[in-house]
Design a protein around this ligand. Structure first.
Ligand SMILES: [Zn+2]
Length: 291
């Protein structure tokens, strides 16, 4: 199950889906009732159904940068979904046995060919395939990759004593550390000429989005500063799991105002297929225009 591919100049982004749901991640956005969602008509048909149930997706995005002269090409996986075999509190997310890795490989991305894994933040649905279970042990899924995480993000979650988060760190983050594969980076790190991190704080303390620029074209991979396009119509609808809802609302307003009318493709980390579009002003707020 995949689909979704975009080109930004010389750069290609491919979406590999792990799970798609209608109504399933509603708990994230308490204000997104069916009535309120039905009022945002442009969400249909891609991002909501006619009953006002929101559509969401959990997917990874693979960024490919071609080699140029002496500079080698890059293959970067942004966010690694939920993963298989992991014990989780959410009954829909526990002990999964999905075909994600097969689908990734089937799309041409064998795990050993990935050079970089980028986690926009360290929530459960963004770190899962960092590791996989082999003979009872959690081992890195991408053995030849550097795993990049923002330092303030790691510092925050590694000192969090919530039992669920400790489990997530233990099975999906610490094993890649122990394998020596992690680089803790600034929230403004430049990955290569075409790709850099942009801090979009509030959802979590070290949350980053990914800016892609090539040949005069640009795109932004959101991460979770926005979970669903309904937050473009209601930037004040913070997610229940935002660590700082005031800051996350401010971030949404700033980024949306900045990108409204810009030719920057917005690629949503949890947006249902087609998962991408352009931000437009819509009165005092915004909307996503799908191509
Ligand atoms: Zn998140």
């Amino acid at each position: 199950m995949h689909g979704g591919r975009w080109t930004i100049g010389d750069v290609t982004v491919t979406r590999i889906a792990e799970m798609e749901t209608t109504g399933g991640m509603r708990f994230l956005l308490p204000q997104a009732t069916r009535e309120a969602i039905r009022e945002i008509e442009w969400l249909q048909p891609h991002f909501a159904d006619e009953d006002g149930r929101i559509k969401t997706s959990i997917h990874a995005l693979v960024i490919e940068v071609p080699a140029r002269g002496d500079v080698p090409g890059r293959r970067i996986v942004v966010d690694t979904c939920l993963g298989n075999d992991k014990t989780r509190a959410n009954p829909h997310w526990t002990n999964l046995q999905t075909d994600f890795l097969k689908d990734l490989e089937g799309a041409g991305f064998a795990p050993q060919t990935i050079d970089t894994v980028l986690c926009t933040h360290l929530h459960v649905d963004h770190v899962g395939w960092n590791t996989m279970l082999v003979e009872g042990k959690w081992v890195p899924t991408f053995p030849n990759a550097r795993y990049l995480m923002a330092k303030p993000e790691y510092d925050h979650w590694s000192s969090d004593d919530d039992p669920e988060q400790r489990q997530i760190m233990a099975d999906s983050v610490e094993p890649v550390f122990e394998a020596g594969l992690v680089d803790l980076v600034e929230t403004t790190a430049v990955i290569c000429d075409e790709i850099r991190l942009v801090p979009t704080l509030g959802h979590t303390p070290g949350h980053v989005s990914i800016k892609i620029e090539s040949q005069g074209e640009s795109a932004l991979i959101t991460g979770d500063f926005v979970h669903h396009p309904c937050q473009m119509a209601h930037p004040d609808w913070a997610a229940q799991v935002d660590t700082d809802p005031v800051q996350s609302t401010q971030t949404r307003r700033e980024v949306f105002a900045d990108l409204a009318g810009a030719p920057t493709l917005i690629i949503g980390t949890h947006f249902a297929s087609p998962s991408a579009g352009y931000l437009k002003a819509d009165g005092d707020v915004w909307r996503l225009e799908v191509e």
